[in-house]
Design a protein around this ligand. Structure first.
Ligand SMILES: *[C@@H]1O[C@H](CO)[C@@H](O)[C@H](O)[C@H]1NC(C)=O
Ligand SMILES: *[C@@H]1O[C@H](CO)[C@@H](O)[C@H](O)[C@H]1NC(C)=O
Ligand SMILES: *[C@@H]1O[C@H](CO)[C@@H](O)[C@H](O)[C@H]1NC(C)=O
Ligand SMILES: *[C@@H]1O[C@H](CO)[C@@H](O)[C@H](O)[C@H]1NC(C)=O
Length: 316
């Protein structure tokens, strides 16, 4: 999770996070719908000496329960590490380890909880490897869709057979993330002049490009963003550019936006303006829905985020 999510999403898939977390009974700050562990005969709380607790970042072991705090967007989530049998449609997963949410602050946590689809040892996919073979796909509908609902398909069955592909890479520095090899970006028909080093995959620094559905807007490392943005502005023409919130390329009134093509090894993906522009609720302002990477641990990471994935089926 690299930044706060779009409110419209009731489920968020966060490769960076390991665990599925449900709001549980006793939760402070959760909505009224919680999983009542008391009514489940198969529910277990995991202790600090459990092997699973060793996989949890910074567990707090004051009592016997393995407990930990994580941050998500602007929120803090306090969870107990727990196990139970879960059912997804007709699939049964016994002994599933998850976070039983006991406290949340802020408003970033969706009321239904969070599903971690990353590659970490306790992620949903790692725990259901026998069942789903680490294979899944989703389609995030456009945020402009009225009755917002996407689809998640788990396992190899029923996945699209004809789909453009690029190899997934694993970066030992950030092993739970889904890296790909981004080799260039086209704005309209023009290939933007980007130094190859700014896109390079680097197992030592963690640099490279990831697909992340838990980030809302695409972030590009600073020199890449500047080059892409400048070409985008040039293509839009003489309209006056302003900034709004975290966006530095906004326009008032209608504009004709170019498409943008992300060129990966073996796969070009062309995004129409619907994947590129975020419009203000009032409707008159539209902004290029991308930004430069933040000046922190993620400054070397290009993130293809959920706004740019909308209306596409993404298969891992
Ligand atoms: C979470 O752990 C705390 C501390 O052990 C315990 O008091 C609480 O009942 C647990 N909550 C659930 C839902 O198991
Ligand atoms: C977890 O975070 C909450 C909210 O910031 C804080 O009040 C609490 O002390 C933290 N608990 C632990 C066990 O770190
Ligand atoms: C959206 O869903 C609501 C409730 O399910 C329904 O009443 C409404 O007709 C739906 N609207 C559209 C545009 O499909
Ligand atoms: C992607 O586009 C570039 C530039 O237009 C082209 O040279 C390349 O062959 C395309 N790659 C694929 C896999 O279609």
């Amino acid at each position: 999770m690299l930044e706060p999510q779009l409110r419209h999403f009731s489920w968020l898939w966060i490769p960076a996070m390991m665990l599925l977390g449900f709001p549980c009974n006793g939760c402070v700050g959760c909505s009224s719908t919680v999983f009542n562990s008391v009514t489940s005969t198969t529910f277990k709380t995991l202790g600090c000496d459990s092997p699973q607790c060793k996989q949890v970042p910074n567990p707090v072991c004051g009592g016997s329960t393995c407990t930990w705090n994580t941050t998500y967007g602007g929120s803090t989530i306090l969870s107990n590490l727990t196990r139970d049998t879960i059912a997804l449609s007709t699939d049964i997963v016994p002994g599933y380890t998850f976070g039983c949410i006991q406290k949340t602050t802020g408003s970033s946590v969706p009321p239904q909880g969070l599903l971690g689809l990353g590659r970490g040892p306790l992620s949903f996919l790692s725990q259901t490897q026998d069942l789903y073979k680490s294979t899944f796909s989703y389609c995030l509908p456009s945020f402009r869709t009225l009755n917002f609902s996407g689809t998640l398909r788990l396992g190899p069955a029923g996945q699209p057979l004809r789909i453009k592909t690029t190899p997934l890479l694993k970066n030992p520095r950030r092993s739970s993330l889904y890296y790909v090899n981004l080799i260039g970006i086209r704005v309209g028909r023009k290939i933007v002049d980007i130094p190859a080093s700014a896109l390079a995959f680097n197992p030592t620094t963690g640099a490279g490009t990831i697909f992340d559905s838990g980030t809302v807007f695409t972030r590009l490392v600073a020199p890449v963003y500047t080059a892409v943005r400048d070409e985008f502005r040039r293509r839009v023409g003489n309209a006056i550019v302003s900034s709004l919130g975290g966006f530095d390329t906004c326009y008032t009134g209608p504009i004709v936006a170019p498409t943008m093509t992300f060129m990966f090894s073996g796969m070009n993906v062309t995004l129409p303006p619907d994947n590129l522009l975020i419009r203000s609720t009032a409707g008159s302002t539209s902004c290029l829905a991308m930004a430069a990477a933040p000046d922190n641990v993620n400054s070397v990471l290009n993130v293809i985020a959920n706004m740019q994935q909308q209306n596409h089926r993404i298969l891992f």
